[in-house]
Design a protein around this ligand. Structure first.
Ligand code: KG4
Ligand code: ZN
Length: 363
């Protein structure tokens, strides 16, 4: 496919589209990097009764809403279709059918408007969300992405290069929340439900294992924790134990939070950086935010936590990452395809020599 696009602008007005999972989202970012609008249509009502996201239903709902959501983003930004100077779209990773809707829409729109198309990796979007509220957040920095599909620790270097420091070996932290909530009968999505209930429970009343905490790597593992919850829950039913569901939820949440906090600050210390960003849906967790803030204050580490609306999936972060890609000349071609298991490119830098992890509290 060939097309003569309009003369490229240095700082374009970008319309961003995000449809990688169960949120249909659109946002407009001005050439100066100001977020002019960010709107989304959550599909929780569609998936709730199934206890999880049903991929086919997600794709269908995206088809029904994507054009309305994009129009709403333009209306809120007070611009028209022809004011758009570039279109950024999430091309992966995510649900295949859901991604396909956004990519087809973004591609068709950019082609019709004769403006450049930008493909954004969803994880690059989550990383960019750390800088949306705090544009002066420094690099190098450690970034922890904690979402429904990822628990990945990256080192972002001064030149913007990324290095993967560790990741989950099985379930993602968000999955641990969602599956845990399912076991406890708290509904979907599980993270916010556990977060709410745990606020009325005692975090220390019920002990859960801290999987992989003492391993020397920065990898994570959460599937054993979920199994521990299952047994704990099964044994509780029919027993005379006094702990409440809220205590169990609080204890389970505390185990996840402990591991995330410890490994993040261990990464910060091992790599000699002074900045930590935690992004993705689970970064909305109130206990995680409080624990991270306390630890950052105690250890003099600059912490970036996106505002709540920017933690879970949104298109503002896709616009921010898209603008960065545009400035670096990373434009997509017209044969762009969505990719459900798209990897985030990383660069290789030498590992620092490992330091002993004694009490795990020094940074
Ligand atoms: O980033 P996100 O919206 O989508 C993915 O890219 O996966 O993350 C969704 C995940 C879900 O697992 C959801 O349960 C979790 O984020 N989540 C939370 C909270 N809010 C959302 N987990 C714990 N506490 C929360 N408050
Ligand atoms: Zn996400």
């Amino acid at each position: 496919m060939t097309l003569t696009t309009l003369a490229p602008v240095t700082h374009p007005v970008i319309l961003a589209i995000e449809t990688s999972c169960d949120e249909t989202a659109a946002a407009v970012m001005t050439g100066e990097g100001r977020l002019a609008s960010s709107v989304l249509c959550s599909q929780h009502d569609v998936h709730e009764r199934y206890g999880g996201v049903v991929p086919e239903l997600a794709a269908r709902r995206h088809i029904e809403t994507v054009d309305t959501i994009a129009a709403e983003a333009l209306r809120k930004a007070d611009i028209g279709w022809t004011d758009i100077q570039a279109v950024a779209v999430t091309s992966g990773p995510g649900l295949a059918g859901a991604l396909l809707v956004g990519v087809s829409f973004g591609k068709a729109l950019a082609y019709a408007l004769r403006v450049p198309l930008i493909a954004v990796n969803h994880l690059e979007g989550h990383i960019a969300s750390a800088w949306l509220d705090q544009p002066d957040f420094p690099v190098p920095a450690v970034v922890l992405i904690v979402s429904g599909g990822h628990t990945h620790l990256y080192l972002i270097q001064a030149d913007g290069g990324r290095r993967l420091l560790g990741k989950t070996l099985d379930d993602a932290a968000g999955e641990a929340f969602d599956k845990g909530a399912k076991i406890l009968g708290l509904g979907f999505p599980g993270g916010p439900a556990i977060d709410r209930l745990a606020q009325t429970g005692r975090a220390g009343a019920v002990k859960f294992p801290r999987p992989h905490l003492n391993a020397t790597t920065l990898d994570f593992s959460f599937s054993g924790l979920k199994t521990a919850l299952l047994y704990r829950w099964r044994d509780r039913v029919g027993s005379t134990a006094q702990e409440s569901v809220a205590d169990i939820a609080a204890g389970y949440q505390e185990a996840i939070v402990d591991v995330l906090v410890e490994k993040s600050f261990r990464a910060v210390r091992d790599h000699g950086v002074h900045a930590l960003a935690v992004v993705g849906g689970v970064s909305a967790n109130s206990r995680l935010r409080a624990r991270l803030a306390a630890r950052a204050a105690e250890s003099g580490v600059r912490l970036a936590l996106p505002s709540l609306a920017l933690c879970t999936d949104n298109a503002a972060m896709i616009a921010a990452a898209g603008q960065r890609a545009y400035r670096q000349g990373r434009l997509a071609s017209w044969d762009l395809e969505s990719s459900a298991d798209l990897e985030l490119s990383t660069v290789s830098v030498p590992r620092p020599s490992p330091m002993p992890h004694t009490d795990g509290r020094r940074t």
